[in-house]
Design a protein around this ligand. Structure first.
Ligand SMILES: NC(=O)c1ccc[n+]([C@@H]2O[C@H](COP(=O)([O-])OP(=O)(O)OC[C@H]3O[C@@H](n4cnc5c(N)ncnc54)[C@H](OP(=O)(O)O)[C@@H]3O)[C@@H](O)[C@H]2O)c1
Length: 326
């Protein structure tokens, strides 16, 4: 079975489907069914991470499809990420091998460094029980990432939660440049400068929390974070009005807004109806007037949810990425 999903092309010719299934906070009990629903709906891109602790359940679901012949490995695009506790050259191979074993795959399509900040501690411990590794060295770490491509364990490699200065330094030193940057990006935090910067370097961009991560917001109360960041794009009156005019849902409008900027989006859902809804975004377009209204909702980094106050302990790390404007 082959479904044509629009894609973004990397510098190395590999293609990343522009909508993927996010799986952050999707537990092992429910994520397999979510992957099934997503593949049924036409998704071919699945985003996970070592720290989500759901790679084994995702692997089981994927392998059911692969073993039955319903799907070929080359039709899938699987992304996983090196945890902060693995942010040193000698740890990369071991962590990627553990992820591949859990996923029951011989390679991932994209392996990302999850965080610019290195950690010391048990990788399954809560962040409060891990300490900062003040010696994080991005260049030696990147060389170990390149070795994973050489070894055939990753088709492409990239970064997540890095700033422009850090990306540039890696690109300058790289033999295999990063193919993708995964960052928080939604209508309230549009990351205009960072996206332009990456595009100029031929680094594609993937938006995490493209719907404003309402599940995460529920867990981390407004008390912990800026009130402004806690507003939900899904209920924003401008978004709701644009959706009404198109006969679409707010989520579909938010995803279209990301896609029309040439950015990939990985909305998370474990609800079959919402999984389908988030993929039905290829048969309508926002016009210039809609885009202008949505562009005007940008609040810049004030609307950042991930990595601001929540990770304030990380701010003393020499590679903490969010002191820079972008
Ligand atoms: N690299 C990183 O550091 C990083 C950080 C965060 C996230 N990510 C990745 O990015 C993915 C997406 O980010 P996210 O999960 O934080 O946020 P998100 O995709 O913006 O939002 C997910 C939340 O929205 C709900 N939802 C999904 N579709 C909906 C719809 N059509 N209408 C209304 N509500 C809907 C989901 O609930 P239901 O499940 O109940 O539908 C869930 O609570 C993650 O899952 C993960 O794969 C990466």
């Amino acid at each position: 079975m082959s479904v044509a999903v629009p894609s973004e092309e990397f510098h190395n010719g590999h293609k990343m489907p522009v909508i993927g299934l996010g799986t952050f906070m999707a537990s092992s009990e429910v994520v397999g069914a979510a992957v099934d629903s997503a593949l049924e709906a036409g998704y071919r891109h699945i985003d996970t991470a070592y720290v989500y602790r759901n790679e084994a359940a995702i692997g089981q679901a994927l392998n059911k499809w692969l073993d039955s012949g319903r799907l070929k490995r080359e039709e899938l695009f699987v992304v996983t990420k090196l945890p902060g506790t693995g942010n040193r050259a000698e740890s990369v191979e071991g962590y990627l091998k553990k992820s591949l074993e859990a996923l029951q795959l011989s390679y991932v399509d994209l392996y990302l460094i999850h965080s610019a900040v290195g950690k010391i501690g048990k990788d399954d411990a809560p962040p409060s029980e891990q300490t900062l590794d003040m010696n994080t060295d991005h260049i030696s770490l990147w060389k170990a990432m390149e070795a994973q491509v050489d070894a055939g364990r990753a088709r492409s490699i990239g970064l997540s939660n890095f700033n422009a200065r850090q990306i540039k330094r890696i690109v300058r030193a790289a033999r295999i440049p990063p193919a993708n940057l995964q960052v928080e990006l939604h209508v309230y935090f549009q990351q205009r400068e960072l996206v332009a910067f990456c595009k100029a370097l031929d680094v594609t961009v993937c938006a995490y929390a493209p719907l404003g991560s309402p599940g995460f917001q529920e867990r981390h109360t407004i008390r912990d974070r800026d009130r402004e960041a806690a507003l939900s794009p899904l209920t924003d009156p401008v978004v709701v009005e644009v959706a009404r005019r198109h006969g679409r849902t707010p989520a579909q409008v938010l995803l279209r807004h990301v896609l029309q900027r040439g950015v990939v989006a990985i909305p998370k859902s474990t609800n079959p109806g919402r999984i389908r809804e988030n993929f039905q975004v290829f048969d309508f377009e926002l016009d210039d007037e809609d885009v202008e209204k949505l562009d005007a909702l940008d609040r810049g980094s004030k609307a950042r949810m991930f990595g601001g106050k929540m990770l304030k302990g990380n701010a003393i790390h020499p590679e903490f990425p969010f002191h820079d404007p972008y």
